[in-house]
Design a protein around this ligand. Structure first.
Ligand code: ZN
Length: 210
């Protein structure tokens, strides 16, 4: 995980055009954000547990940002300076419940629904952030491949935008949205999200437990 338990996990929805379209949506005019609870966090190697309330649990491989400084109303330049590291995140989602509920707290909030790899710590330039890529594999087969350059809203813009809503604290995580190719997870699958060359998280998928 990230060393320091986050006070919050802020996620971005519909930040890649092709993913928005595959679920029948458009990219919003402003970033669409939601929260996952810290209780959803697991490390690499821990099981993603399928909850009995859902019949359609899906992976969402994402580029994650670890916040390193307390920031509020940050400019894009100071947002970049406040990034402590980049991390692979699997924003696991109960897609059926997401559709059913309208808002996403239940669909995104189950225990084990936020798998986070070890971060690569260190300062990054805007150009390095734009060059990041994320790949998701299920049972070794590539299912998603997204590039930060294709995001509707860039990583510095997102960090700045979120910091104008809520104070970001050291250790907070931002999941920057998933590219096209999301799909189902079943018991026994092995799912792996890699921010290419930077961070990776691999998890088995386990049967429902009550
Ligand atoms: Zn997501």
């Amino acid at each position: 995980m990230t060393g320091q338990r986050p006070s919050k996990i802020v996620c971005v929805g519909r930040n890649y055009l092709e993913h928005a379209r595959e679920l029948g949506n458009e990219v919003p005019a402003e970033p669409l954000i939601f929260l996952k609870p810290p209780s959803s966090l697991i490390d690499g190697g821990e099981s993603i547990v399928l909850p009995p309330q859902s019949a359609q649990v899906e992976f969402e491989g994402e580029i994650g940002v670890v916040v390193g400084q307390r920031i509020r109303h940050a400019t894009e330049a100071s947002a970049i300076e406040a990034i402590a590291g980049i991390v692979a995140i699997n924003d696991v989602t109960a897609r059926d419940l997401q559709r059913k509920d309208g808002q996403w707290t239940r669909a995104k909030g189950f225990d084990t629904f936020c798998a986070v790899g070890k971060p690569r710590v260190g300062a990054m330039t805007a150009a390095e952030l734009t060059a990041l890529e994320v790949v998701t594999r299920v049972n070794g087969e590539k299912r998603q491949h997204g590039k930060a350059a294709d995001m509707a809203f860039s990583i510095p813009f997102l960090v700045s935008y979120i910091s104008a809503i809520m104070t970001l604290e050291p250790g907070d995580l931002i999941a920057t949205g998933t590219p096209a190719g999301v799909g189902r997870l079943d018991e026994g699958d092995i799912v792996e999200v890699e921010v290419v060359g930077v961070s990776m998280v691999t998890n088995p998928v386990a049967a429902p437990s009550v």
